[in-house]
Write a protein that binds this ligand. Structure first.
Ligand SMILES: Nc1nc2c(c(=O)[nH]1)N(C=O)[C@@H](CNc1ccc(C(=O)N[C@@H](CCC(=O)O)C(=O)O)cc1)CN2
Ligand SMILES: Nc1ncnc2c1ncn2[C@@H]1O[C@H](COP(=O)(O)OP(=O)(O)OP(=O)(O)O)[C@@H](O)[C@H]1O
Length: 204
């Protein structure tokens, strides 16, 4: 009985997550190039300012693709300011591995239209060296529940981060929402970063 009920609930949650993904995805796709550029510029400024107020050196980031918030320029700015920037490398369904970003030439095409670093792989444990993890997301809620692409990569990887690390979901302002469907395996982020509001610490 109990098992059956759990399975039903979980399928339902999955459905609700999928509906959110579709809606948020079309909203992102409908943005004008101008809005996108403005938001990404604001994100770059606000992320750099936020980090400059901390003693964080190593930052885990991601190379945005399609309509994801963020920009390659942000990665270059972080490196120029002396940060060590680690980027995710997919390794099957295991936790993400990490490798250093060393400029645009250090990236190569990977599966699913992603770009990955061609520098030496540092393993899945390298995330523990980061003071901040910029986490790609479609949305995040006030409890720190994050909605991602739906493959669970960050749910498997974030538990390897240091306890003191800031786990900052990077989203558009309208994607910081009241409540998202949550599942037991969802790892909560410690903060959210948006173009207009900058970094907001969440009560995790
Ligand atoms: N820029 C960026 N890099 C990232 C992530 C991300 O969200 N954004 N990830 C965050 O986790 C990881 C990759 N996550 C992925 C999650 C799902 C699928 C996926 O569902 N692929 C579909 C095909 C999708 C398509 O081609 O449109 C599939 O498996 O069939 C791929 C990668 C690591 N790197
Ligand atoms: N810790 C885990 N170990 C193994 N599998 C997991 C774990 N966390 C999540 N998963 C698997 O990943 C699937 C997708 O999870 P979810 O929908 O929460 O992904 P997401 O957080 O949106 O995606 P992503 O992290 O890739 O951006 C889950 O149905 C589950 O099967």
């Amino acid at each position: 009985m109990t098992t059956l009920r759990l399975v039903t609930l979980s399928a339902d949650e999955l459905n609700r997550k999928e509906q959110w993904r579709r809606r948020l995805g079309s909203e992102r796709d409908a943005l004008t190039e101008r809005t996108r550029t403005e938001e990404n510029r604001a994100l770059r400024t606000t992320i750099i300012e936020w980090l400059s107020e901390t003693r964080i050196t190593t930052v885990c980031a991601y190379v945005p693709v399609g309509s994801e918030p963020g920009s390659p320029e942000l990665l270059d700015s972080l490196v120029a300011l002396g940060h060590r920037v680690l980027l995710p490398v997919m390794a099957g369904r295991n936790p993400l591995e990490w490798a250093a970003y060393e400029g645009p030439d250090s990236l190569r095409r990977a599966t699913y239209g992603l770009l990955e670093p061609s520098t030496p792989h540092l393993g899945a444990g390298a995330i523990s060296e980061a003071g901040a993890v910029l986490v790609p997301a479609l949305a995040v809620d006030r409890r720190g529940v994050r909605l991602g692409k739906g493959a669970g990569f960050y749910d498997r990887s974030l538990p390897l981060a240091d306890d003191s690390a800031e786990l900052a979901a990077v989203v558009r302002d309208s994607e910081f929402v009241e409540e998202l469907p949550a599942e037991a395996h969802d790892v909560r982020v410690t903060g959210v970063m948006t173009p207009a509001s900058g970094f907001t610490r969440l009560p995790v």
